[in-house]
Design a binder for this molecule. Structure first.
Ligand SMILES: [Zn+2]
Ligand SMILES: [Zn+2]
Length: 171
């Protein structure tokens, strides 16, 4: 996939009026090296960068993610209010969608072609350009239900440190 190469990402960024600064390149590299199906919040990205010895502040991380999402380089997943996760917005990303637990933000990916078909049809009709097409299904996980969601659970309860589960676990 040519999009994965820094060179073409650089071209892509330039084309969209955005310079590939060393910081942006570092951030892109983190996403390019993520196992497939993983998404990062700004805080998680910040911690990864810190572990790598990078000195990129949290506010720069927020700004960069926001900017790159706005020009369609990143896909922004609104998991819950104030909880955004990001992944690279590749053409093949548009085929996968997300089931999200509103309590712990655990996210499952699933593939469905019909959603993009609907998106494309409307895009064509409106004569606009498609940047992203995603469906977020809001759910509550079994673990949270077993703990007595919603009344018996503190709002910051998390069932696991891992917000991400592979799609395989669904099937
Ligand atoms: Zn995803
Ligand atoms: Zn959950």
């Amino acid at each position: 996939m040519s999009f994965y190469k820094t060179n073409s990402l650089k071209a892509e960024l330039n084309q969209r009026g955005c310079r590939l600064t060393p910081q942006r390149e570092t951030i892109l590299n983190v996403f390019q090296n993520l196992p497939e199906g993983n998404h990062l919040s700004a805080e998680e990205l910040y911690n990864i960068l810190k572990d790598q010895g990078e000195t990129i502040g949290l506010s720069t991380v927020y700004r960069t993610l926001h900017l790159m999402a706005n020009i369609g380089i990143f896909r922004e997943l609104e998991l819950a209010e104030g909880h955004k996760h990001y992944e690279l917005n590749l053409p093949q990303s548009h085929h996968h969608h997300h089931l999200v637990c509103l309590q712990c933000h655990k996210t499952f990916e699933f593939n469905d072609e019909s959603i993009l078909k609907i998106g494309n049809k409307q895009v064509e009709k409106a004569g606009v350009e498609l940047l992203d097409c995603q469906l977020t299904v809001r759910t509550v996980c079994i673990e949270a239900l077993q703990e007595g969601w919603p009344s018996l659970l503190p709002s910051n309860w998390l069932c696991s440190r891992h917000h991400l589960e592979r799609e395989a676990e669904l099937s």
